[in-house]
Design a protein around this ligand. Structure first.
Ligand SMILES: NC(=O)c1ccc[n+]([C@@H]2O[C@H](COP(=O)([O-])OP(=O)(O)OC[C@H]3O[C@@H](n4cnc5c(N)ncnc54)[C@H](O)[C@@H]3O)[C@@H](O)[C@H]2O)c1
Length: 255
């Protein structure tokens, strides 16, 4: 219950889904929370539920990232953890993707991650400590599917950014890590992907179910906690074993 007692955490993309799960988990462990999200009403609702501070934040804009960090410092005097979880995943074939579509996914997922890190760097560097955490994905770094060209590029990009940032910030006492969720059951996934997609994913997961936001939040909790003080530049896969099978019929056993 006390793994983040007194730690100040800013979570971007926290209104719902995985980000809300991270916020709930961090709140249970005693963190002082500031939440940012582009959706003001839902974000404020989540913050009210958890006794957190909320600021409407479009993480693709550096000024918003800086303002969210400034709010955390103003309210709580420091910033121990930043989680950049905001991400968009339009399902769109490459042949139907316009340059503007491409740029928007890059702006939120990839530039947003740079913005979050850049905005948090000043205060964390001054403290000589901090945790920068990012929501990556198995999609991009390891696997992909049709319709995820831009998305896959951003998530593979986030992993590369994590490695470089971890090297640059190690001397300041700041660690940089990420979590790669597999298929996690959120409202957005249910609404946008539909039952056929869900069934095909379920069949592909050795543990036999889609993940929950809490499954992902538990990995973030570890990375944010003192237990992860010697972990930097890496990502944790949370996918129910989905990456493991060599072939389609992985339930087939030897005679
Ligand atoms: N759900 C999954 O199966 C899954 C798997 C792998 C990775 N992810 C990643 O997890 C993260 C959360 O996904 P989710 O399924 O919970 O999605 P979601 O759509 O439920 O939640 C995303 C949140 O980010 C917010 N957001 C979107 N654009 C923003 C912006 N410009 N600035 C600030 N906030 C913004 C949304 O308002 C929303 O609250 C994303 O980065 C996604 O790529 C999800």
């Amino acid at each position: 219950m006390d793994r983040l007692r007194g730690k100040v955490a800013l979570i971007i993309g926290a209104a719902r889904g995985i980000g809300k799960g991270i916020a709930q988990r961090f709140a249970e462990e005693g963190a002082l929370l500031v939440l940012g999200d582009v959706e003001a009403e839902a974000g404020q609702g989540t913050a009210d539920e958890l006794g957190a501070t909320f600021r409407r934040t479009d993480i693709s804009a550096m000024t918003d990232a800086e303002a969210a960090v400034a709010l955390a410092i103003e309210r709580h005097g420091r910033l121990d953890v930043i989680v950049q979880n905001a991400g968009i995943y339009p399902w769109q074939l490459i042949e139907n993707t316009s340059p503007d579509d491409w740029d928007r996914v890059m702006a939120v997922n990839l530039r947003g991650s740079f913005n979050a890190a850049r905005a948090a760097l000043g205060p964390m560097k001054a403290q000589r400590s901090g945790r920068m955490l990012f929501t990556s994905s198995i999609t991009g770094p390891h696997v992909s599917s049709p319709g995820h060209g831009h998305y896959s590029a951003t998530k593979a990009g986030i992993n590369g950014f994590i490695r470089s940032a971890a090297l640059e910030f190690a001397g300041y006492g700041i660690t940089v890590n990420g979590v790669e969720p597999g298929n996690i059951l959120t409202e957005a996934i249910e609404l946008r992907r539909g039952p056929a997609f869900m069934k095909s994913m379920e069949d592909a997961i050795p543990l036999g179910r889609l993940g929950t936001p809490r499954d992902v939040a538990n990995a973030f909790l570890f990375l944010a906690s003192d237990d992860a003080s010697y972990v930097t530049g890496t990502t944790i896969v949370v996918d129910g074993g989905q990456l493991l099978p060599e072939g389609k019929d992985f339930r087939l056993l030897p005679p």
